[in-house]
Design a protein around this ligand. Structure first.
Ligand code: SF4
Length: 361
């Protein structure tokens, strides 16, 4: 078959995959600028149905937390006051039946599911003056369509199309589900961020397959705004090796080579030596927060904005702030009516969004 280990069939050829697998940093050019988003991180719950072996985010049943509305509001208000534009909502993947306390709490608060609660918290973010970007794991078309009403953009990491042991165990995350979620976002028509995780057992062919699969979904729906290239990190749950610099440089170059120019290639500066890969085509540094830690990888604090400026200076390119939705999607009218109203609003938040769109001083 051409394509991936997943159920979805892709049309790219073996020749194309081989060409991409052999791409090197010498085959791509550095970007002319670096973008970033000013965000606050809202880890709505640490419950997750999966147990990926490299992940320190999830807590088991009985230990997982669920942020209260008041706690969420506190973070959002602090972020808005600090000049942020994005509320980055995340949890792992829909908590399963083992998380009885989480479900009981949601029920007590009057929500049918974590997705209903997320919808309500996105509305709260809009009220406070931030644009929601949610990463709630795998979603059905209907779940995606509902959440798209109150999100400026959404995302899920593809990670890899390969069937790797790091995803194995009693509750296995599958590439087919991830690809289905990315396709659902395309069908709904919401700007979407995805990415690959490097070093979890995939090989060079798998990396090429993953990138080409993302490209094909974008060719069908035009909806991928950003692809993150993230190396797996050393932590207390991950016993495997982490990718060396040469590997990371090659994979970033592969991403730049595989994807059309309108898709940003992002490398997270808190998880990768971004200065050393700038010449491989990176053009986005992701979100930086003045007020919250990166709860997905709590032991790696986000660098301050000054650090992003230093990275851009090192690369000799300008650093440009962006909204969670990349500007060309806004210009092309992709925002939902609710989000468009927030961007157009004659209030402080609307002014902040429009200032960023026009190149905030
Ligand atoms: S990586 Fe994501 S899906 Fe896997 S266990 Fe962690 S939070 Fe859950």
């Amino acid at each position: 078959m051409s394509g991936t280990d997943a159920d979805t069939e892709f049309a790219f050829s073996a020749h194309e995959r081989d060409r991409l697998s052999n791409t090197s940093p010498a085959d791509v050019r550095p970007a002319g600028s670096l973008s970033f988003s000013r965000n606050v991180f809202v880890p709505l719950t640490t419950a997750c149905r999966y147990t990926c072996t490299y992940c320190t985010y999830f807590d088991p049943p009985g230990e997982a937390t669920l942020m209260t509305r008041e706690a969420v509001r506190d973070v959002l208000e602090t972020g808005a006051a600090a000049g942020c534009t994005e509320a980055l909502f995340t949890f792992g993947d829909t908590p399963d039946d083992r998380y009885t306390e989480i479900h009981a709490q949601l029920d007590e608060w009057g929500y049918d599911s974590i997705h209903d609660y997320l919808y309500s918290m996105c509305e709260l973010a809009l009220d406070v003056g931030l644009l929601p970007h949610s990463n709630p794991g795998d979603l059905t078309y209907d779940q995606m369509a509902s959440l798209a009403e109150v999100n400026a953009s959404m995302g899920v990491m593809l990670e890899t199309t390969a069937d790797v042991d790091a995803h194995s165990g009693p509750r296995k995350k599958t590439p087919a589900q991830r690809l289905g979620t990315i396709r659902a976002a395309g069908e709904v028509g919401i700007p979407f961020t995805t990415g690959i995780l490097v070093g979890i057992g995939e090989d060079w062919t798998d990396r090429a397959d993953s990138l080409l699969s993302i490209r094909e979904l974008h060719e069908e729906y035009d909806h991928i705004q950003e692809v993150i290239v993230q190396p797996v990190s050393e932590n207390e749950r991950w016993g495997g090796p982490t990718p060396d610099l040469d590997t990371l440089r090659r994979v970033v170059a592969m991403a730049r080579s595989a994807l059309p120019e309108e898709i940003s290639v992002q490398v997270p500066p808190n998880l990768a030596p971004v200065r050393e890969v700038l010449d491989c085509g990176v053009d986005d540094l992701g979100g930086v927060s003045p007020v919250t830690a990166d709860h997905i990888n709590p032991e790696y604090a986000w660098p301050a904005l000054r650090e992003l400026e230093a990275i851009a200076e090192y690369g000799g390119v300008p650093l440009e702030e962006r909204l969670p939705t990349h500007a060309h999607y806004i210009e092309a009218g992709w925002l939902s009516p609710r989000i468009q109203r927030a961007v157009d609003a004659d209030d402080d938040a609307g002014e902040r969004y429009r200032a960023v769109l026009s190149g905030r001083p």
